[in-house]
Design a protein around this ligand. Structure first.
Ligand code: SF4
Length: 263
């Protein structure tokens, strides 16, 4: 009888956890899975309902300084955007429809880095606007932020034909633009989405499966690695792992906000 009760309790916990994950990612359907190690750590987390407190309240800037700093960064980003628009450094400029520079808040504390524009992004000139983009928006909202709170950019600014993988020489030529974007925005936390973004930012050949789940160091900025939303669309069970990663990002942002407000 005790065994049956224990099993029932496990099933209930598993269902609850999956509801939370699916709700967090804005999905209405419920996936019931066996409890596993990853599930257990989720269940033991005491802060499931936490959200990132606010993006700006922890800012060390007063309102006026904040506004002028935002204006300064927006101007620098716009100047960089104009420069990249004329870039002919690699052949991708010939086949793209639109340059996909990046989008978001110049004062963002969290910056996402993806791989390269896909078809929808190439057509609209904005990163992460297709199905994968909609999932990224849900991931952002799951930690209590809005898409407009964060900044989103790719390693490559032009679409590789047929969505093929970026070539090493294309990355070498394009990466200075991303580095400048990061320098201007100075996010408190970076989040690399997928293999190319992670390997490029962290200068490693390790696969994303090994890199994800812990913070790495990008020039002094904590950088989380997680799966690309396009991968998640093909492998929905791995949403559990992304949810774990994003909770760490959320908790670190809250911790950093706490340090700022007390200093
Ligand atoms: S992908 Fe980057 S380096 Fe190549 S043309 Fe576009 S902006 Fe220039």
């Amino acid at each position: 009888m005790d065994e049956i009760k224990k099993d029932l309790a496990k099933i209930i916990r598993s269902v609850k956890m999956n509801i939370e994950i699916e709700k967090g990612f804005g999905i209405d359907s419920i996936i019931v899975s066996k409890p596993n190690k990853a599930n257990s750590s989720l269940l033991n987390n005491q802060h499931e309902d936490k959200k990132v407190e606010t993006v700006t309240s922890a800012s060390p800037f007063d309102q006026q300084t904040f506004a002028s700093e935002k204006e300064r960064r927006t101007k620098l980003l716009e100047e960089l955007h104009q420069e990249v628009l004329t870039c002919h450094k690699c052949p991708l400029h010939k086949t793209r429809t639109n340059l996909v520079f990046g989008v978001g808040n110049s004062m963002a504390e969290l910056m996402f880095v993806g791989e390269a524009p896909g078809r929808d992004e190439d057509l609209q000139g904005e990163p992460f606007v297709g199905r994968a983009g909609q999932l990224l928006t849900k991931i952002i909202e799951a930690i209590g932020l809005k898409r407009s709170d964060v900044y989103i950019a790719n390693v490559l600014k032009c679409r590789p034909p047929g969505n093929r993988n970026p070539l090493p020489e294309e990355i070498v030529l394009c990466i200075p633009y991303l580095i400048k974007q990061i320098e201007i925005i100075r996010p408190k936390v970076l989040c690399a989405l997928g293999t190319f973004a992670a390997q490029t930012l962290l200068n490693t050949k390790e696969p994303v499966g090994k890199l994800r789940g812990t913070f790495h160091n990008y020039n002094g900025t904590p950088a989380m690695v997680t799966f690309h939303p396009a991968y998640l669309l093909r492998n929905p069970p791995d949403k559990v792992k992304v949810w774990e990663d994003m909770k760490k990002v959320r908790d670190l942002l809250n911790e950093l906000a706490g340090k700022n407000s007390s200093s």
